[in-house]
Design a protein around this ligand. Structure first.
Ligand code: UDP
Length: 336
């Protein structure tokens, strides 16, 4: 059964779109059992699309999508995107399959590179055959440790091609180049979004998969210290999942994004220490903090310049960190 916070979230996204856009369209979502992918599946099923979710469950979870199995317009294919075989004609392809947590992808660097190279290639070939619109989930990570913050799309990136995060970054960069190559060479309608830190229900907080806010929430609920890496002065900008999904669906449904790359993320930059404090306000008590070494290659600041997406799509996030964190905390609280 779908949780009431998530169903409220999905209803708010669905209400934003006219049902004609996606009704009866054949859609493939790779990584559809993951955090962002499963919100996309849910929303597009409700908007009347015929949704195929492809996932190898390396980080995705069946529980994110199992309530969709009873829907006539939803189908799951368990498999790896790097071995993807062409299927029936697709109108829209969303390529979201990839490990995304730094600790996790560093343990699976080859798989991460393949999902973001071989996987992209196979999907682009299908898109070329079908004349589909194809969207790639790239990442703020391609800016590396930027000198320009907020970072615009034309910033070239300050990244290591051999560091521990390179398997993710270089995979994302290769895919961006391949998407642009198909656009230039074959006139394919390919679109690239660079996603900045996103959070909400279903963001994994466990073990190697855990991202900072969901880890903090699980630590708070488990009576453990919050683990801050470094001195906590590094920054991130956290976007609530409904805002991101709305941006993604605008990006795939608006022709202005054909052949473009856009940042999608929150322009409100916050230190990791201040985000720990925000959580304490929501929990309503002081929590202990334990400090750990800052991981190698950890970007010092990260915040998107969102002027381009505002101009193209009239999009900007609406949910502030207090509101989004409260919902996310409530969701985790009901599950532990
Ligand atoms: N971080 C932290 N404690 C944790 C997990 C992460 O202080 O338990 C920090 C991490 O060093 C980084 C930021 O929080 O600076 C965001 O980490 P995350 O793994 O969520 O994603 P990233 O933005 O690095 O891809």
């Amino acid at each position: 059964m779908i949780d009431k916070i998530i169903s409220g979230d999905v209803t708010s996204i669905v209400s934003y779109f006219s049902p004609e856009i996606f009704r009866d369209k054949n859609v493939l979502i790779t990584g559809g059992a993951g955090f962002i992918g499963s919100y996309l599946c849910e929303t597009l099923v409700q908007l009347g699309a015929t949704v195929v979710c492809l996932d190898n469950f390396s980080t995705g979870l069946t529980e994110n999508i199992d309530h969709l199995f009873s829907k006539k317009n939803f189908q799951l294919i368990t498999g790896d995107v790097s071995k993807y075989e062409n299927r029936e004609k697709l109108d829209y392809i969303f390529h979201f399959a990839s490990r995304a947590s730094p600790d996790d992808y560093q343990l699976y660097p080859v798989e991460t590179l393949l999902a973001n190279s071989q996987g992209s290639y196979r999907l682009l070939e299908q898109a070329r055959k079908d004349d589909s619109i194809i969207l790639f989930a790239s990442s703020s990570e391609i800016y590396g440790n930027p000198d320009v913050v907020p970072t615009p799309e034309d910033y070239l990136g300050k990244v290591s091609s051999i560091g521990p995060r390179s398997c993710y970054v270089e995979g994302k960069k290769f895919s961006e180049a391949l998407f642009m190559a198909y656009h230039r060479k074959y006139g394919l309608d390919s679109r690239i979004i660079r996603i900045f830190n996103t959070y909400g229900p279903r963001l994994r907080g466990d073990g190697l998969y855990g991202r900072v806010l969901s880890r903090f929430i699980l630590q708070a609920l488990g009576g453990k210290d919050l683990t801050v890496y470094g001195d906590g002065s590094q920054t991130r900008s956290f976007c609530y999942v409904t805002d991101l999904i709305q941006g993604i669906l605008l990006a795939i449904s608006n022709g202005k994004v054909n052949g473009e790359v856009i940042n999608l993320g929150s322009p409100s930059e916050i230190t990791i220490m201040d985000s720990a404090m925000k959580l304490m306000e929501i929990v309503g008590r002081k929590l202990n903090i334990s400090f750990y070494p800052l991981p190698e290659d950890d970007p010092k600041r990260r915040c998107p310049e969102i002027r381009k997406v505002k101009e193209l799509l009239n999009w900007e996030p609406r949910v502030n960190l207090e509101e989004g964190l409260k919902k996310t905390f409530e969701w985790f609280n009901r599950r532990v």
